[in-house]
Unconditional design. Structure first.
Length: 191
């Protein structure tokens, strides 16, 4: 049995920076999201989001945590979003706690059932196991949230890469609209 030492990290509520910097930093660009937006990617080098991880053990009895900084912007009318994933271990749950900005959390089951939750400073969104999840920044400032999840959850990106997500989130003038994703398929497309 390994016993980990307790520790404190400081998370900047505005920027999401973790001090002291600990685990890896993952940066995603539009080039990492080819085919996920309705329109072709306008600028492959555009930074869409950063994820700062805390350095914690990764067994099924540990918790992992990270902050996501999802920068404002659009592709056509569609707001910047994360790639979205199911947990590789499907029943692993997660909490998102929003620190700053305004967003929507899209949730989908593999059979296409879906829900949408608001994200704003102070919201704690519970993501039960089996729900795929994608975050969308619908504001003019970075959307920053702190995620805590069972440490062996892992990532299944392939399911959403191949099927898409049931909903899209778009700007309609000053309004935020949700619409069915015309490119969504509840089953994997034939090769
Ligand atoms: C991890 C958690 C988040 C996301 C992050 C980026 O389980 O849900 O930390 O990893 O928001 O999203 P994505 O879909 O690129 O992993
Ligand atoms: Zn997750």
């Amino acid at each position: 049995m390994t016993i980990t030492n307790p520790f404190t990290a400081h998370v900047d509520l505005g920027s999401g920076q973790i001090d002291p910097p600990a685990g890896p930093l993952v940066s995603r660009y539009l080039r990492d999201m080819e085919g996920m937006y309705q329109l072709p990617i306008p600028n492959p080098d555009r930074l869409v989001y950063d994820v700062h991880y805390l350095d914690t053990p990764t067994s099924s009895s540990d918790l992992s945590a990270c902050t996501t900084i999802l920068y404002p912007g659009r592709v056509g009318d569609e707001f910047h979003m994360t790639k979205g994933h199911f947990h590789a271990v499907r029943d692993r749950a997660e909490f998102y706690f929003t620190l700053s900005g305004e967003g929507r959390l899209l949730l989908a089951l593999e059979d296409g059932g879906h829900e949408t939750l608001d994200m704003r400073p102070g919201t704690a969104n519970y993501i039960p196991g089996h729900w795929g999840h994608r975050s969308v920044n619908v504001g003019d400032d970075p959307l920053v949230f702190f995620a805590v999840f069972i440490a062996d959850a892992g990532y299944d990106y392939a399911t959403i890469e191949s099927r898409g997500f049931p909903l899209i989130v778009q700007a309609d003038g000053d309004h935020v609209t949700l619409a069915p994703n015309p490119r969504y398929s509840p089953v994997d497309p034939l090769p």
